[in-house]
Design a protein around this ligand. Sequence first.
Ligand code: ZN
Length: 453
Amino acid sequence: MTTICGNTTCSHEQGLEINEKQFDSNNTNDNDAIIDFFGDKIRLATFTNDSDINPIPIEWYESDPLKRGPVVVSKYNDGMIKHNSIGAHSGPYSIYHALSIASKQLDINHKPNYLNTHPPFDFPQQKQWSIPGKIVSMDPFGHLTPWLYDNISKNENVEIRPTMSITKAVLSIPEIKDEVKKGNLIPDGKIVLNDEGEMACTKIAVDPVWYLPGVAERLNISEIELRKALFQDTNGMYPELISRPDIKTFCPPIGGITAYIFGDPNNLPKEDKRLALRIHDECSGSDVFLSDICSCRCYLIFGLIEAAKEAQKGGNGLVCYFRKEGRCLGEVTKYLVYNARKRSGDTADEYFHRTECIAGVKDARFQELMPDILHWLGITKIDRMLSMSNMKHDAIVNSGITIDERIEIPDYLLPADSRVEIDAKIAAGYFTNGHVHTTEELKKVEGRKWEGL
Ligand SMILES: [Zn+2]
């Protein structure tokens, strides 16, 4: 057993260990080779009591961004001793960044040129950005990082990257064009640009940045429980979750959010401006490929139409798209569930049970973290919530934002095969003004059979 800690100034033995047998199955020199490759000074993790660490200060709820300090994740340059965050930038794309470095397509010393990348509008700082507990899963200053912290980056010789960016876009969606053709949506040249149904919007991309004490509090667990589960379940991917309790921020390797704003973004915090909101969790099969087993794309399109209408009336529409594929269980699990449903009699009464049999849970989206983007936008009330989900509703209301009206998806928009999903969800607590099926009735709601496909 070779202990690799590599911190030349520390003598403790807590460093990660590499078992020689892991490398010598085919070549007894493999362990030597990897040690040679990395050198004998490899440092797998830092520890709170290391004498040389000097993390750049960060005070999560500080309102002055310079006093708050930047999120520093990278260990390149002087980052090893000065980083103040665990994890990696860009969520799941951090691995592709690593591949770019490994394949020598990306220079490890590349300095980004942020000229002209700044947001197209100045969204004013909101009081919610620094109210303790309001925002714990994204960096409120993440869109301004290159401009706020450039000097710190240079002076401290550390890499500091933005975790948010803002741009403008035109959406060209076939169903929206149909709505214009039917006369349900009238082009105004500002929100709905023309007869083609093209829609103008502002969009915001957000990578996750977690303030661990705040995330733990939201989930009603201790910070230690959170750190332990993250460490163990990722097979020790981030040892500093354990070795650096002094570091409180974590950039997790998960997908982020895109917020699509219709109407003037500066109106979002205004109480006298109406807001229609759709919180949408990713479902690639339906959203992109129009698979008809669920109602996801239909609700997404309904959300976009209603968002555009609200903006045309002088308010705002907002669609927040969360990368939470398959209720955060992923597409592999999702398709296994589809198979089990179709082979076992696809009835609404068994809908959630099929997922639980495979995944152990029916949902892993943890909506408790979802309202952060709403608080970042300064939203205090929602006039029209375009969702039937009780989990989304409860998370928003519990975070202090009021919801006036809940809007369910009109029946005529639903594909026939998606009735199993929607009726099961309604019976489980989703909002409806219509009928809630009894258990006996749910047994009769049956999806398409595979025969003939
Ligand atoms: Zn779906």
